[in-house]
Design a protein around this ligand. Structure first.
Ligand code: ATP
Ligand code: MG
Length: 506
């Protein structure tokens, strides 16, 4: 047996046979046998398009069962899967294609006129397309194609995927992930989260990001589970499908949206076993409200494109809101200063990690890769964190978001928790902007709870902060908005806030 992850999946798929793999909201279903067949045909199609083992296949299409089949077809053909966010514009796609040099690019037919020339300029030899229903030149006449039966042999250290990071702190970097990386993470999550026969996953995450692809899909595939597949998060649809599911994975926004609905009740989740949250911090308040409404404690975990999942709250055992739990089995974590000095419990520093899930480096960026690794192989995540005396990891924000005001370190999370706990505040984002005296000034963006807008004032909140946190941590200005700027994964775009409010004190 080679190191190709698809071989592991196939062993499960062939056992499942006619059991359902994917079910859409309208009831359309693909069994594991049908999925295997479709993947084999797509693998053949890719090979016919000139894709050879090790070639990158870049894909920017809406989520559909066929998009998932294409992902697996890349593995079967020994290619490197490279998903792109559907929101990327022409110039962004141009950057990714020139950087990654894929052999093949699959785009949305509605954007083919715009993107095919861009792909051509980047040197891509095969441009195919596929629409949200799975139709397009990639799948045309697929019934007449002979399915590929063999799985191209791969070494466990060969690349399975290149995933670009979300670009929250700068230009997206291509994280190179090997078959071993993906397999170890999938196996770990499968057992850590207690996947079992009969589990049904409600899948409403995008397929272009680690969360929907490797965390959600890979664990479900390894379990041979049915996935209830939604093209995107739609609170109506999720509410309708939840009674049929036992596991859901989501970004915090999913849970906030569900709680906003009166018809989201305990009855809907009678069959549920597990709710998982990640990709962005889950507010402890959301966690508590969810528990009150449903009886379920959302399991928060932490990860990143470069390593898949790193820490998780326990399946059995205390799940602590505001923390991301313990390091996963075989994953080592430590908190260190910038100079590499390892810190003790309760001390805030940068989280460093090591394990079989850790990526092979940034594509085309050997210097950047070297900068982010310690000599003993630990990867510097760029997230500020502490480990408490019970071993729970707390993420306190990104190192790049740390505010240094008057020479003091201010961790935005602490101020956000203070603001969020105030009456009438729904959520907040705290960031630093240039200040002539202090270097940086603590600044906040606050979203009021519905109907409470009039009860909040800048002065009122600042005065209230003063009674709870030190003067240097208290925001010097507070702005109000209807929503925080977030990307599709629910990540607050602090760089955008910093640049928007850059001249506040100048
Ligand atoms: P870039 O690296 O390009 O700036 P990014 O870090 O947002 O973008 P991802 O790899 O998608 O790209 O996101 C990983 C980051 O998401 C982590 O480093 C961490 O900051 C954040 N994150 C993930 N899960 C959690 C969580 N449960 N709580 C807090 N932050 C989280
Ligand atoms: Mg990152």
């Amino acid at each position: 047996m080679s190191g190709n992850l698809y071989e592991r999946f196939l062993a499960v798929f062939s056992e499942r046979g006619d059991a359902p793999a994917i079910e859409l909201a309208d009831g359309t279903t693909w069994s594991y046998a049908q999925l295997t067949d479709q993947v084999g045909r797509l693998a053949r199609r890719l090979v016919e398009a000139g894709v050879e083992p090790g070639d990158r296949v870049a894909i920017q299409v809406d989520k559909s069962p066929q998009a998932l089949f294409t992902y697996l077809a890349c593995f079967q053909a020994g290619a490197v899967y490279l998903p792109l966010n559907t929101a990327y514009t022409g110039p962004e796609v141009s950057y990714f294609l020139s950087d990654a040099q894929p052999r093949c690019f699959v785009c949305d037919p509605r954007r083919a006129d715009e993107l095919a020339p861009i792909a051509g300029e980047a040197g891509v030899s095969a441009v195919l397309n596929m629409d949200p229903t799975g139709a397009g030149t990639l799948t045309d006449g697929l019934d007449a194609v002979t399915p590929m039966r063999e799985v191209v042999e791969r070494d466990p250290d060969d690349l399975a995927a290149i995933c670009y990071t979300s670009g929250t702190t700068g230009r997206s970097k291509g994280a190179m992930l090997s078959h071993r990386n993906l397999e170890s993470n999938a196996r770990t999550l499968h057992s850590y989260w207690g996947f079992q026969d009969g589990d049904v996953l409600l899948h409403a995450l995008p397929l272009f990001h680690v969360h929907g692809l490797f965390v959600a899909s890979n664990t479900a595939l390894l379990n041979g589970s049915k996935m209830l597949f939604l093209p995107k998060f739609d609170a109506d649809q999720v509410t309708r499908l939840l009674p049929k599911a036992s596991v859901m994975m989501g970004v915090p926004t999913f849970y906030v949206r569900l709680l906003e609905r009166d018809d989201f009740t305990k009855d809907l989740v009678a069959k549920m076993r597990l709710f998982v949250s990640g990709s962005a911090p889950l507010q402890p308040e959301t966690w508590r409200q969810f528990k009150e409404r449903t009886g379920f404690e959302i399991l928060e975990r932490y990860g990143m494109t470069e390593a898949g999942m790193i820490t998780s709250n326990p399946l059995n055992g205390e799940r602590r809101p505001g923390t991301v739990g313990f390091p996963l089995p075989n994953v080592q974590v430590r908190v260190a200063k910038e100079d590499g000095t390892v810190l003790g419990t309760e001390e805030i520093g940068i989280l460093e990690i090591k394990g079989p899930n850790l990526f092979q480096g940034y594509w085309n960026k050997p210097e950047k890769t070297a900068e982010e690794f310690r000599p003993d192989g630990f990867f510097i995540t760029g997230d500020n964190a502490k480990i408490d005396d019970r071993g729970y990891v707390h993420i306190v924000g990104r190192a790049k978001d740390l505010i240094i005001s008057g020479g003091y370190n201010v961790y935005p999370k602490e101020i956000e928790l203070t603001l969020d706990a105030m009456n009438g505040v729904k959520e907040s984002a705290v960031f630093g902007v240039p200040h002539p005296d202090f270097g940086e000034a603590v600044t906040a963006m606050v979203v009021a709870e519905a109907g409470k807008e009039d009860t909040l004032s800048e002065k009122g909140l600042i005065d209230a902060c003063r009674t709870q946190i030190a003067g240097y941590k208290t925001p010097k200005r507070i702005f109000f908005a209807d929503t925080l700027p977030r990307n599709t994964m629910g990540k607050v775009q602090k760089a955008q806030l910093r640049s928007e409010y850059e001249s506040t004190f100048q």
